[in-house]
Design a protein around this ligand. Structure first.
Ligand code: ADP
Ligand code: MG
Length: 264
């Protein structure tokens, strides 16, 4: 971790539908509920983290796209949510973020655009969660340059660990060239079905491979988690006593164990 008591986590895995955005929203909401001032940065062109928390900005409002172009500060684009202590740096609607990514590819050497933007306001936050796209392109590389660590959600299904191998190869490259301290610090099992042997097999394999880096708490498959985005709120607000809400609260406690929100 870096010197300040702000933690920047890149929630990443180069596969869609594993629970990245669900984790960004609900872990973010659970950290916020514990009193931690939390910012979710939406780096996915699909913008699901923004819309899932009811952040619907006007068409011409600046977004993370302008921040990556170094046209706006992060502070200027941050939006509050209906949940206390929880804020979102929204992604643009439409193709804009994909266009920015195409521009970034033209850089010979990736520039720390997101890192610089975060560094300018880092002290304002306890946690910054980066909701990454399901690819290992330049948006994700920007996230990896800015992050203290990677947080990998692992869906309880076949081939779950293969995706992790690709991710760890990229992390090695980024570490050598761009961010020497980067590591996959956290693994979270998601969409676990209690009745299925498969979920248990994936869990055993993951714990064997990564030990203490795997959260003790597992996120169950819970329909309330899938419903919440259409209600434009976290599951903590949508269904406060659901298994999904309880699980993300428990993970937030594990993650922040021994830490208190910064005095403000
Ligand atoms: P990613 O961001 O990795 O693509 P999402 O978080 O968007 O994945 O999740 C993919 C889909 O699965 C979404 O429709 C989401 O609502 C649903 N989902 C995610 N986690 C759970 C869960 N624990 N239980 C039930 N549905 C889930
Ligand atoms: Mg997503």
């Amino acid at each position: 971790m870096s010197g300040s008591d702000t933690t920047v986590l890149a929630i990443s895995l180069q596969k869609g539908g594993v629970g990245k955005t669900t984790t960004a929203i609900n872990l973010g909401a659970a950290l916020a509920e514990l009193g931690f001032r939390t910012l979710i940065i939406d780096l996915d062109p699909q913008g699901n983290a923004s819309s899932g928390l009811g952040v619907n900005i006007p068409e011409d409002a600046p977004t993370i796209a302008e921040v990556l172009r170094r046209e706006e500060t992060l502070e200027a684009i941050v939006e509050p949510t209906a949940e206390k202590n929880l804020f979102v740096a929204p992604a643009p609607k439409g193709q804009q973020l994909a266009e920015v990514e195409a521009q970034l590819v033209a850089e010979m050497f990736p520039q720390p655009r997101l890192k610089d933007a975060i560094d300018a306001c880092r002290e304002d936050w306890d946690y910054i969660l980066l909701d990454c796209p399901p690819t290992l392109g330049r948006l994700t590389v920007n996230a990896f340059m800015a992050a203290d660590a990677i947080f990998a959600p692992v869906q309880c299904q076949y081939f779950a660990l293969e995706g992790l191998r690709d991710l760890s190869d990229v992390v090695k490259q980024v570490r050598q060239a761009l961010n020497p301290n980067l590591e996959i610090a956290h693994y979270l099992l998601t969409m676990a079905k209690a009745a299925e042997n498969l979920s248990q097999d994936v869990e055993n394999e993951l714990r064997e491979a990564f030990g203490d880096k795997v959260f003790k708490n597992v996120i169950p498959y819970n329909v309330k988690l899938a419903e919440a985005p259409s209600m434009e709120m976290s599951v903590l607000k949508h269904a406060s006593t659901s298994k999904g809400a309880k699980a993300y609260r428990s993970v937030a406690k594990e993650l922040s164990h021994g830490r208190t929100p910064k005095a403000r």
